[in-house]
Design a binder for this molecule. Structure first.
Ligand code: SAH
Ligand code: MG
Length: 197
């Protein structure tokens, strides 16, 4: 298992796959353990790095993960198999915004896909959150670019940072959810449904 993880880290580096930072996945694994999380939904599997680590946090946890890129989906499947976790991980090859989920709820929803669509993911998947569940989002610092829009020359990049900033505002002003912003890795948010809503 340790070897596979190292192999995946190496592959990610070589192929420019943006996998989660060590500190951030350590936080999520601890969260899964401490809160007895059994059902996780991940948006953005890439090659299955965070998926596999989440699924190996405890005996009981199960992960459904969604990936729209065919190569990454295939790579993810391969790694899940290598890890011997096919019974705990369900990999879905589809655009998350087109996926139909029914009669399921998740204790933890991890948003880690296209940064420009964060708000859409949140609005879609919040309906699948179990009572007391949380939505965790990665990359809210976007490699240190959030808050430094003026220094960015590329228009596309600036617009992406703009969307992340809008998402952060959306979370801060959200009446339904209480969000904590953690300065861990590339920036994580943890959003919990308010009890009276
Ligand atoms: N969670 C992974 C990294 C994910 S990188 C890890 O930490 O190991 C983000 C991934 O999200 C990319 O592979 C990209 O193809 C995928 N993605 C982006 N938008 C998506 C969408 N709308 N639906 C499904 N997957 C998406
Ligand atoms: Mg990420």
């Amino acid at each position: 298992m340790k070897e596979l993880i190292l192999e995946m880290e190496h592959y990610a580096k070589e192929n420019n796959v943006p996998i989660i930072e060590k500190e951030s996945i350590a936080f999520i694994m601890k969260y899964i353990k401490a809160n007895n999380i059994t059902n996780v939904l991940e948006i953005g599997s890439a090659i299955g790095y965070s998926t596999i680590l989440m699924a190996s946090s405890t005996q009981d946890v199960k992960v459904t993960t969604i990936e729209r890129d065919e190569n990454r989906y295939m790579e993810c499947l391969k790694n899940v198999k290598k890890a011997g976790l096919d019974k705990k991980i369900n990999v879905v090859y589809q655009d998350a915004l087109e996926v139909n989920l029914s009669n399921v709820s998740y204790d933890l929803i991890f948003i880690d896909a296209a940064k420009g669509q964060y708000k859409k993911f949140f609005e879609k998947f919040k309906y699948f959150l179990a009572p007391n569940g949380v939505i965790i989002t990665d990359n809210l610092k976007f490699h240190g670019l959030v808050g430094k829009k003026d220094t960015i020359e590329s228009k596309n990049l600036r617009s992406l940072v703009d969307k992340i900033e809008t998402y952060i505002e959306f979370l801060k002003e959200n009446e339904e959810f209480e969000t904590k912003f953690l300065d861990i890795g590339d920036g994580l948010s943890v959003s919990m449904k308010k009890n009276d809503k």
